[in-house]
Design a protein around this ligand. Structure first.
Ligand code: AMP
Length: 458
């Protein structure tokens, strides 16, 4: 038997990867448009880099865990290559390649897909998009504050409620392990354990620390430190006192105090950021302040990760160039926006279907559609074989097109067309030469803005 229909199964999509419907894409594009506007408002310029990099560019940057999740293969030319795992390492490589043409501090944004061979679950995919802003070439805490301020503006523009930015410092984390008297060899397990505080609670962290071989007394000291909570500036003061002996910790606290000072000057609302000593952040390349943005609902982990990485670019150049940046995960942002209906999104781009009742009105219907388009209205005509009024209106209804302009024989002889609101069923006869202006008015009145205003880009 040949491969008849009964043996053929529908093709599968790879695990952790997804198709997107028009509605999902419209929402994603809307979120991306809003993010771009915020990024550009601060003067970040866009760049792009290839999805594929030499494996050696990516390797050794993400720690042991990350390394295992890198998609790696040998290409047709026998080169070891990898799919990009984030947008930060490609940026570091980019700076090393383009250094001579860049103006420092170099500020870029980059929105695009990255790949990680993770175990898929809610909010965790193998292909997902990151939306990054980074500042390269300055150690000033102004840059760290700016990328967090960008986050706050972006979340507010997306109307995400209850997002809190948790801030910590890599050096503070190390000082904490030192102060607790933890064997330096165990420091990594300490970071991993305390990072789970929100998930497993204090008792869970204590158990995990002891299981990793940390002395019970040292474990208590670690817990005592990460318990400190309150207004960021107060926490800085308390921890300053607790880690008074540790010069590195004092330097880290100076940086955080400066960072919080700038955030206050930016007018960042109270409570939108906290100093959270339990925040570890996985990626190996961080050297200074680190941050994560978290929402309570829905429970999908962090919406974004940020941090300073002063040594990463040096791995490509041999000379250090300091940098800091922040990355938002598009999938999780879209999930929050969708779950709470934060940005009402249409089902289709089309504002209007222009309908010809008979073959004789076809040309006129095409002219009407072109006039609408020339005036910023997204208009389509039905491309099926037969002119059939019922079928055309059904097409518009199914797609969720809100208006139809019906061009019929009677109307044309007296110079009018019919404008029908497909949601309410109301219709009106409009003079042919006024149809564009009237359609525009009705679109604005129903909250369905014409294309030009909808994206705010043109
Ligand atoms: P990271 O580069 O690991 O700091 O991640 C930055 C942000 O990317 C996270 O806060 C998430 O919003 C998002 N993200 C990370 N991993 C995934 C994933 N597997 N699927 C979807 N989003 C992710």
């Amino acid at each position: 038997m040949s491969d008849g229909a009964q043996t053929r199964r529908p093709p599968q999509v790879l695990r952790g990867m997804r198709d997107f419907t028009p509605r999902q894409m419209l929402l994603r594009q809307r979120v991306i448009d809003i993010l771009r506007r915020v990024f550009e408002r601060y003067g970040f310029d866009p760049i792009d880099t290839p999805l594929l990099e030499y494996y050696e560019v990516l390797s050794g940057k993400y720690g042991e865990e990350g390394e295992k999740l890198l998609y790696r293969f040998v290409d047709h030319g026998g080169r070891a290559v990898g799919l990009r795992y984030d947008l930060t390492v490609p940026l570091a490589r980019y700076v090393a390649v383009h250094r001579a043409e860049l103006t420092f501090p170099f500020k870029r944004y980059h929105i695009g897909p990255v790949f990680r061979a993770e175990r898929p679950q809610r909010g965790r995919y193998r292909q997902f998009w990151q939306c990054d802003v980074d500042v390269v070439g300055t150690r000033s805490m102004l840059a760290d504050a700016e990328v967090l301020s960008v986050w706050i503006d972006a979340l507010s523009a997306l109307r995400v409620p209850n997002a809190v930015i948790h801030v910590n410092h890599r050096q503070l984390l190390e000082a904490l392990a030192r102060a607790a008297g933890v064997d330096p060899a165990l420091a990594l397990s300490v970071y991993r354990a305390i990072d789970k505080l929100a998930k497993i609670g204090e008792d869970g962290v204590r158990e995990e620390l002891i299981r990793a071989g940390v002395e019970p007394k040292a474990a208590e000291r670690v817990l005592g430190l990460i318990r400190v909570q309150g207004h960021p500036e107060t926490v800085v003061d308390t921890v300053r006192h607790l880690l008074a002996e540790d010069a590195e910790a004092q330097r880290a606290l100076d940086e955080l105090a400066e960072l919080f000072g700038y955030l206050a000057a930016y007018g960042t609302p109270e409570g939108s950021y906290i100093l959270d000593l339990s925040l570890a952040r996985g990626l190996d390349y961080y050297t200074g302040p680190v941050a994560e943005v978290i929402v309570r609902e829905p429970a999908i982990g962090s919406l974004g990760g940020a941090g300073r990485y002063d040594r990463l670019i040096g791995m490509f150049l041999g000379e250090e160039i300091p940098a800091t940046g922040a990355s938002l995960g598009l999938e999780r942002l879209v999930e929050v926006v969708d779950e709470f209906g934060l940005l009402p999104t249409p089902e289709t781009v089309s504002d209007v279907l222009v309908v010809a009742v008979e073959e004789q009105q076809r040309s006129e219907s095409l002219r009407v559609a072109q006039e609408l388009r020339a005036n910023g209205i997204d208009a389509e005509v039905y491309l099926g074989e037969r002119v059939d009024l019922r079928r055309q209106l059904q097409y518009a209804n199914r797609k969720g097109i809100p208006f139809a302009i019906i061009v019929g024989p009677d109307e044309l002889t007296v110079g009018v067309v019919t404008l029908r609101n497909l949601v309410t069923g109301e219709q009106e006869r409009v003079a042919r030469h006024e149809i564009v202006a009237t359609a525009l008015q009705r679109l604005v009145a129903t909250g369905r803005r014409p294309a030009r205003e909808r994206t705010g880009q043109e």
